[in-house]
Design a protein around this ligand. Sequence first.
Ligand code: ADP
Length: 402
Amino acid sequence: MKVLVLNCGSSSIKYQFFDTVEEVALAKGVVERIGMSSAVLSHTRYDGDGIKIAGEILDHTIAIEYVLGVMLSKNHGVIDDKKDIEAVGHRVVHGGEHFTDSILITDEIMQVLQDNIELAPLHNPPNIKGIQAVKRILPNVPQVAVFDTAFHTKMPPKAFLYGIPYELYKKHQIRKYGFHGTSHSYVANKAAEILGKELKDLKIVTAHLGNGCSMAAVQNGVSVDTTMGFTPLEGLLMGTRSGDLDPSLILYIMGKEGLSLNEANTLLNKHSGLLGISGESSDMREVLIAANEGHKRSRYAFEIFAYRVKKYLGAYAAAMGGLDAFVFTGGIGENSPEVREEVCKGLEFLGIELDDQKNKNKEKIISKNSSRVPVLRIPTNEELVIARDTNRIVEEIKTKKA
Ligand code: ADP
């Protein structure tokens, strides 16, 4: 099946066009600065041919029309007709408790997505805009929503409930949801495949370390705990997000600095993390350069980042009663041997022995042969998971109808 995968943000749309039989991306690209007169579409075809188109792209519908235009174009395109797009899969950040799997989007489902906006005010509205835009442009093409939260919906209450009055969970659905589910699920499956074992027999900790960072404890193929929470702010230190902190601290800062709710939210989500501690950058590459040049705050940022990953690894090994594999993924997890080394340092007691050379060479398995717990470096592919799920859901519905 030919599936267009869309990841719609507030001012950008990332897309990939997949052939799900061959599992290859025929084209990929991004539209940036939607809503501005200086928007840019960057498109790359499977054969490396690329094009950049600049122009005024005022909303998501126009952006998707641009994408279809370039996909159909004679010189840079990959399809002859809009009909070649058999289905569209959307990344939807928050599915709440309602969505435990990917789902075909109907009017009824759209309503539930609208109802979930409160839970993800920044992320869900652009996801919904993208779905509405596709409905306008490709009215007969089935659309599937794939949720970041779905993989974590089997967590037990002891992992997802917070220590606040239970009524608040019932009244406002305040609980841990977890995010990056497609990535954790993809790399856990891939790890089992690489190790030649069944996922259902394994206890795996996956660390998705990108701009946003989260870890998951994947026991017998099920996410039993994860570091992100009610929102993506909880857990690990991230590019600009604080991760875990004493909750009363924010009330104290608000009082001391006279911050509004919005300002406090911005402080924790945009000015904290690697950026806030280093004062230099939210990008681990730049933090590492500064740290290696002797910049103290950047060294702290790097060390805190790795220390949190190490702590959660230990916590999740304890939670699952063992550890069979540890996986790094995401921009930092895939590309930074320094971070992987710092995380794994001193974990021999847990059965983890990193191999310096394999780690530097970016091999799939980066632990020593003698390491009881294999450590893996697996490039994530969230778009492929979305394409696979879209194909599965659409095929299931075709079979039911037949
Ligand atoms: P997102 O979470 O937005 O999908 P990515 O997973 O692509 O982002 O991760 C982006 C981050 O990866 C960058 O901010 C940068 O910190 C980090 N990164 C990329 N390459 C390297 C590298 N060679 N060394 C360290 N960090 C890197």
